[in-house]
Design a protein around this ligand. Structure first.
Ligand code: MD6
Ligand code: FE
Length: 187
């Protein structure tokens, strides 16, 4: 899988996204699939091309295999977001809500150093729970959990030897577009 992710990054180099307010994020990012997630002054959105203008590479088979294993009933993902965290990188609490069909899960795969993952509620505030995501861990956020707030507080450097220069990769697969059948669980 790592070899396939390296090819994705070769075709679609990691970039530093900016929040809609212009603040650079601490993770570096790219995508695979028909749509990639981008963020800049224009807002958070899915786009058919990398900021450099190139189309995104295909989602690697090893990654799609995980999707098939953990979400057999779902549509296939249109985006695999690739996040790279170096030592000091983090990700603030957020919901994944730029997709059209919340009946479809979001599936993530963690590779490399451990990360402290915090999960909250359907709105900001309230109690949260934290746990460590380790290399090889797969998280499925579906059903009632699809819109829970979550984020990464910190990385624990040196906890994995998978990446020669350390750090962490998180892959998140999403179905982005609306279903032809409508947005209902039955559809
Ligand atoms: C991360 N993960 O693990 C950030 N989103 O680096 C996410 O933002 C995420 O793990 C939706 C579903 C699963 C996730
Ligand atoms: Fe997320």
């Amino acid at each position: 899988m790592l070899a396939e992710i390296r090819e994705v990054v070769r075709a679609a180099p990691l970039f530093v996204p900016r929040t809609p307010r212009g603040k650079p994020m601490s993770v570096r990012m790219t995508s695979a699939g028909s749509l990639g997630w981008v963020s800049d002054r224009g807002g958070y959105r899915y786009a058919p091309r990398h900021p450099d203008g190139l189309p995104w590479p295909a989602i690697p088979n090893s990654v799609l295999d995980i999707w098939r294993q953990v979400s057999a009933a779902a549509r296939m993902p249109e985006c695999c977001l690739v996040n790279f965290y170096d030592q000091g990188a983090r990700m603030g609490l957020h919901q994944d809500r730029d997709e059209a069909d919340f009946t479809q899960p979001v599936v993530s795969i963690s590779l490399g150093d451990d990360a402290l993952f915090r999960v909250g509620n359907h709105s900001r505030g309230g109690k949260t729970r934290s746990f460590w995501l380790r290399s090889g861990d797969v998280v499925v956020m579906g059903g009632d959990a699809r819109l829970t707030y979550h984020g990464i507080d910190r990385i624990a450097p040196g906890t994995s030897t998978l990446l020669p220069r350390g750090g962490r990769i998180n892959l998140t697969m999403r179905v982005v577009s609306a279903s032809d059948l409508g947005d209902t669980p039955a559809g």
